[in-house]
Design a protein around this ligand. Structure first.
Ligand code: GCB
Length: 589
C-alpha cells in the first residue's frame, strides 16, 4: 500500500518478546512433523505446567532492528527467532485494518490471535496482511517468526559481502482505513508523452467504482475520474507552463491528492524525464554526470541496519556533503525512507535487487524470487523522481545462464516500469600487453545489449595492480551507450597513518583515489562514478584482526561516523567537477 506511514492507526515498533529457535522447535516437532507450538503462545499457568517455552518481557528485541546488533549471542546467528507483542485495537465498524511490515529479513511467518496470516520470503521489501476479521476487543497478539538462514536457491544466495542481519528490521504498523480506500497512488510524467502528467491509483473495497477526485493544488490541476471495474484509476493532465521539473539542483515536489469516498491519500511527487541518447544520460533533456557514492543500509550512528527518515537524512546528508548528485543504494532494496529523502534532498538514485555473485541461476524459482524483489521494489518506489536506474544485478559474470537470468529480469523491469533506465554492475575485460601492463578495459558483457547504462565495478590498484596503473588505461565499449563506474575503492583503517605504499593506511587511500579520479577525469566516455562506499559496513568476509574486525573498510567514513582522509580527496574532485563543468562527459563535443 502507498504511504503506510501516513495512514491512521498505530505503530507497533518497540520491544517485542522473543524466543530464539535454532532447531525450528516452534514449527517442527521431534518427529519432524509440522506444529504451531510457539504460535499458540502457551504460557506457564502454574508450577505443575510442563510447557518448555514461553514469551516473556525479560527477553525482548527492539523493532525495527536486526538481532545481530542487539545481543552479543546473536551476532553470528542464522536461524529462526519468534517475536510476539500485544496491542489493544478494538475493531471499528466501517473500518478495515492491516498489519504492515516495512521489511523483515528473511522468511517471515505471521499469526494474529493464533490465526496464521501468511508468509513473506523477501528480506528487503514491505508486506502486509488484512486483519479486519481477526481483531477483537481487548488484547490482540501478533506472533512473527523470522528466519534469516541463507539458502542456495534464494535471492541473495549463499555468498555475499554484507552481514546477514536477521529480524524485523523495519517498522511495523497497524493501519486503519475506510472500507473503500486508496490502496496505491503513483504519479509521474507520462513516458510516452512528457507533456502529460499521468496518475495511476488502485481503489480497494466494496465501492471501488466510486468516482474519485485527483488534485495537484500546486499546479492548479484537478479533475474527476471513474475507476475501472477492478478499481484502477488512470488520470492524465496536460503539463501546465508553471510546472517546475525536479532536479538535484532544485528538487521540486508537488502534492498529488486522491479522494475516493471518505478516503483521501496524498503523495509528494517530482516530475522529470530521464532517458539516454547515444552515450549520454539526459535528465530533463540535459546531459548529466553522476557524482555518486555507494551506500549499504547500515545505521550512521550505531551498529546494525538503518531504518527510517532520520537515518536516511544523515546518510544522504553525508552524500550531499561529499558533493554527490547520485547515490547507488547497494545491493538490495533499502528502506522506503531512503528514496523519499533522496526526493526531498535532490539526489539521483540507483536502486538494486540482491542478484549478487553466485545464485542458482538455472532455477526458475530463483528467477521468480528475483522478480518478486523487483516487483515489490518498483511498486513501492515508482513515484520517486530521484530513482532513475533499476539495477538487476551485481557482478554475476557472463556465463550464458547468468546472462539469460539478467535478461529475463531486465525485460521484467521494463514491463513493470518502462520509464526508468536499466543497468547492472558488470565486469570489464582487462586487456594487457605482453609485459602484463593493463592497457584497456573493454565492456562487452552480453547484458550490455539490453542495458540502458553500461556499468562496471573496477578495483584497479586494490585487488590487483598499483593505483597508478589505472592512469592512461583506455576504455572501450561494445555499444554506444552511457558508461558509469558503479564501484571502485580501497580498504582504509581510519586513523592508521603511514606511508602511501602501505595498504590499509589513510595515505594509501588518498593515493588510490587521486589516481582513480584523475583517471576518471581523463575518460571522456564516462557519465558517472560511485566509489565503494560511503561508510564501513559489517561483512562476514572481512575477519582480518585489528584492521577489519568484521568490517569492510572501504568506507570514506568509518563505522562510528568519523571521516577518513579519502572523504576530502573525493570531495575536492566532485567540487571541481560540479563547479567548472570539468566532469569527464562534458569534455566531449
Ligand atoms: C564488489 C562488490 C561489493 C564488495 C566490494 C568489495 O565488487 O560488488 O559488494 O563489497 O566489491 O569491497 O570487494
Amino acid at each position: 500500500m502507498t504511504r503506510p506511514d501516513a495512514r491512521a492507526g498505530r505503530s507497533l515498533d518497540g520491544d517485542w518478546q522473543v524466543i530464539v529457535d535454532p532447531f525450528d522447535h516452534g514449527r517442527i516437532d521431534y518427529q519432524s512433523r509440522p506444529t504451531e507450538e510457539f504460535a499458540a503462545e502457551r504460557v506457564r499457568t502454574g508450577p505443575a505446567d510442563r510447557v518448555e517455552h514461553e514469551f516473556s518481557d525479560q527477553h525482548t528485541l527492539s523493532v525495527p532492528g536486526d538481532w545481530n546488533s542487539q545481543r552479543d549471542d546473536l551476532f553470528y546467528y542464522e536461524g529462526a527467532v519468534w517475536y510476539r507483542r500485544t496491542f489493544d485495537a478494538p475493531p471499528a465498524a466501517g473500518e478495515r485494518a492491516f498489519l504492515h511490515f516495512g521489511g523483515a529479513n528473511r522468511v517471515a511467518r505471521v499469526w494474529i490471535n493464533g490465526q496464521f496470516l501468511g508468509r513473506h520470503d523477501l528480506g528487503f521489501t514491505p508486506f502486509e496482511f488484512e486483519v479486519t476479521q481477526h481483531l477483537r476487543a481487548g488484547e490482540n497478539a501478533v506472533v512473527v517468526s523470522v528466519d534469516n538462514r541463507r539458502a542456495p536457491d534464494a535471492v541473495p544466495g549463499m555468498m555475499y559481502d554484507w552481514w546477514n542481519y536477521g529480524g524485523i528490521t523495519r517498522s511495523v504498523r497497524l493501519i486503519t482505513v475506510p472500507e473503500t480506500f486508496v490502496k496505491t497512488l503513483h504519479a509521474g510524467l507520462d513516458p510516452l508523452d512528457p507533456t502529460r502528467i499521468a496518475v495511476r491509483a488502485r481503489i480497494d473495497g466494496p465501492d471501488r467504482g466510486v468516482p474519485v477526485r485527483v488534485e495537484i493544488p500546486g499546479l492548479a490541476l484537478s479533475g474527476a475520474f471513474t475507476p475501472g471495474a477492478d478499481g484502477t484509476v488512470e488520470a492524465a493532465f496536460r503539463v501546465p507552463d508553471a510546472l517546475e521539473r525536479w532536479s538535484p539542483e532544485r528538487p521540486m515536489l508537488y502534492e498529488v491528492t486522491l479522494r475516493a469516498g471518505t478516503d483521501t491519500l496524498s503523495e509528494r511527487v517530482g516530475f522529470r524525464t530521464i532517458e539516454t541518447r547515444g552515450g549520454d544520460i539526459l535528465l530533463n533533456g540535459e546531459r548529466v554526470f553522476l557524482r555518486g557514492i555507494c551506500i549499504h543500509e547500515e545505521a550512521p550512528d550505531r551498529p546494525g541496519r538503518a531504518s527510517g527518515p532520520k537515518d536516511a537524512a544523515t546518510l544522504l546528508g553525508w552524500a550531499k556533503d561529499l558533493g554527490c548528485n547520485f547515490v547507488r543504494l547497494a545491493h538490495y532494496p533499502h528502506n522506503e525512507a531512503m528514496a523519499r529523502a533522496a526526493d526531498e534532498m535532490g539526489l539521483l538514485v540507483w536502486a538494486e535487487v540482491p542478484v549478487y555473485w553466485t545464485l542458482d541461476y538455472a532455477n526458475p524459482e530463483t528467477l521468480d524470487q528475483a522478480k518478486g524483489h523487483l516487483r515489490e521494489m518498483v511498486e513501492r518506489d515508482r513515484s520517486r523522481a530521484s530513482v532513475i536506474i533499476w539495477s538487476v544485478g551485481n557482478e554475476t559474470g557472463d556465463a550464458p545462464e547468468r546472462t539469460e537470468f539478467r535478461r529475463a529480469l531486465g525485460a521484467y523491469a521494463k514491463e513493470l516500469d518502462p520509464t526508468r533506465l536499466l543497468s547492472a554492475a558488470l565486469f570489464a575485460r582487462q586487456i594487457r600487453d605482453e609485459d602484463g601492463t593493463l592497457t584497456r578495459l573493454h565492456v562487452d558483457d552480453p547484458f550490455g545489449a539490453v542495458a540502458d547504462v553500461l556499468s562496471i565495478n573496477e578495483y584497479v590498484g586494490w585487488y590487483h595492480d598499483q593505483p597508478e596503473d589505472i592512469l592512461g588505461v583506455e576504455v572501450t565499449l561494445a555499444w554506444d551507450k552511457p558508461f558509469v563506474i558503479s564501484e571502485t575503492g580501497a580498504g582504509v583503517k581510519r586513523g592508521l597513518r603511514g606511508d602511501a605504499s602501505e595498504v590499509w593506511t589513510e595515505e594509501f587511500g588518498v593515493r588510490f583515489y587521486e589516481a582513480q579520479l584523475a583517471w576518471a577525469e581523463s575518460v571522456p566516455l564516462l557519465d558517472g562514478i560511485s566509489p565503494w562506499i560511503l561508510k564501513d559496513f559489517r561483512s562476514p568476509r572481512r575477519p582480518l584482526y585489528g584492521v577489519q574486525d568484521w568490517y569492510n573498510r572501504k568506507g570514506l567514513i568509518d563505522e562510528t561516523g568519523q571521516r577518513k582522509l579519502v572523504f576530502d580527496t573525493v570531495r575536492s574532485f566532485y567540487a571541481r567537477w560540479a563547479e567548472g563543468g570539468a566532469a569527464p562527459n562534458e569534455k566531449r563535443p
